[in-house]
Design a protein around this ligand. Structure first.
Ligand SMILES: NC(=O)C1=CN([C@@H]2O[C@H](COP(=O)(O)OP(=O)(O)OC[C@H]3O[C@@H](n4cnc5c(N)ncnc54)[C@H](O)[C@@H]3O)[C@@H](O)[C@H]2O)C=CC1
Ligand SMILES: CC(=O)C(=O)O
Length: 334
């Protein structure tokens, strides 16, 4: 991951967060609380936006870990980052889907990614802005051939946390005992990989036969898929969950040992026989260690494969839509 012998020294860990709205702020706060970074650059195009968040966060540092904070309206402040987290862009309004944000956010990404890659040629890019999977594809295209493999999206790491939480409450067992992942789209066509879910290493049925029934599984998945809309309906945005999810991913990426998380990455056509085209969506991916962000392909049952194939079709159509937006944006800047 960190080519050219530029492996980050343990004591220097530079993270930049681009977009200091609700989500960027929650991520920066979670990173500071965990002590994941030694240097954190906060960037937002709105004058004073990053500055106000940096000043507020600065006040927490005496209670937490040492952290060098900078703020800017310019992407140049991200220079030399090990991780660049992108949260810039429009968010859903009540009733909107994540895919509705595509056009607006493609154009924002095209102003951020190319200069950011030049400034931090070895950084991992973590795309959070929605629609997350399609924008990860867009960011990888904008990053160019050499950097594309270092672009991932926060994807279903958050959806998986929501499933773990729902299962833990349903089974009345601590969330840390639950191992369950959502794969596919971070959105309405997401897929619960029930066949590989375990609690304390045991299949779900060993804990409760309830957890094997269609009705309960549908209910749990509805809860997961509806979580964002439910929160947005009341408070207008989601931020706390995604803040922890991204701080968790940043910690995994900078870790000396390998962690596995469901994140958006390029899934080559044929990885699953039912999906012939290469598409960006979430699968369990290795993070940390030497930096090889390879996918781990789970053995899914036929029903899950069919649902994943549907999710892939939704995302392929959105990727094609993104290509049109991208050509328009790139055309107007050349
Ligand atoms: N992937 C996930 O799990 C989640 C993704 N999101 C997405 O994150 C994005 C951000 O959401 P919020 O923070 O609630 O929105 P927000 O409106 O509070 O913040 C967005 C920020 O981006 C800034 N911005 C716009 N263009 C920029 C540029 N070129 N460079 C730097 N900053 C720029 C704006 O000034 C604003 O401060 C949305 O697309 C939202 O849908 C939100 C929650 C979860
Ligand atoms: C908004 C969004 O993508 C989420 O909270 O899942």
């Amino acid at each position: 991951m960190y080519e050219d012998g530029e492996e980050p020294k343990n004591h220097v860990r530079r993270i930049s967060v681009v977009g200091m709205g609700r989500v960027g702020t929650a991520i920066a706060n979670a990173i500071a609380r965990r002590g994941t970074a030694t240097h954190l650059a906060l960037i937002d195009v709105q004058p004073n936006r990053a500055q106000s968040e940096a000043l507020d966060l600065q006040d927490t540092i005496p209670f937490l870990n040492p952290l060098q904070l900078t703020h800017s309206t310019e992407i140049s402040a991200s220079k030399g980052s090990h991780i660049i987290i992108i949260t810039a862009g429009a968010r859903q309004r009540p009733g909107e889907s994540r895919l509705d944000l595509l056009g607006r956010n493609v154009s924002i990404l095209s102003s951020i990614i190319p200069p950011a890659v030049k400034l931090s040629p070895n950084a991992v890019f973590l795309v959070v802005s929605n629609p997350c999977d399609v924008l990860t594809y867009v960011a990888a295209r904008l990053a160019g051939e050499k950097a594309a493999h270092r672009v991932i999206g926060s994807g279903t790491n958050l959806d998986s946390a929501r499933l773990v939480s729902a299962l833990s409450r349903r089974a009345d067992i601590a969330a840390r005992e639950v191992n369950a992942v959502i794969i596919g789209e971070h959105g309405d066509s997401s897929v619960a990989a029930w066949s590989i879910a375990t609690i304390s290493g045991l299949p779900l049925r060993a804990i409760s036969t309830d957890l094997e029934t269609e009705i309960i599984r549908e209910q749990l998945l509805r809860e997961v898929r509806g979580a964002a809309s439910e929160i947005i309906k009341y408070k207008g945005y989601t931020a706390t969950g995604v803040g922890e999810s991204c701080a968790d991913l940043a910690a995994c990426i900078l870790s000396g040992s390998i962690h596995v998380r469901p994140v958006t990455t390029r899934i080559p056509g044929g990885t699953f026989p039912v999906i012939t085209e290469s598409i960006y969506f979430s699968m369990p991916v290795r993070l940390g260690g030497s930096g090889d962000m390879g996918i781990l392909v789970p053995k899914l049952d036929e029903r899950e494969l069919a649902l994943l194939s549907k999710s892939a079709s939704v995302l392929l159509a959105a990727q094609q839509d993104a290509d049109v937006h991208l050509e328009r944006v790139l055309g107007s800047t050349t």
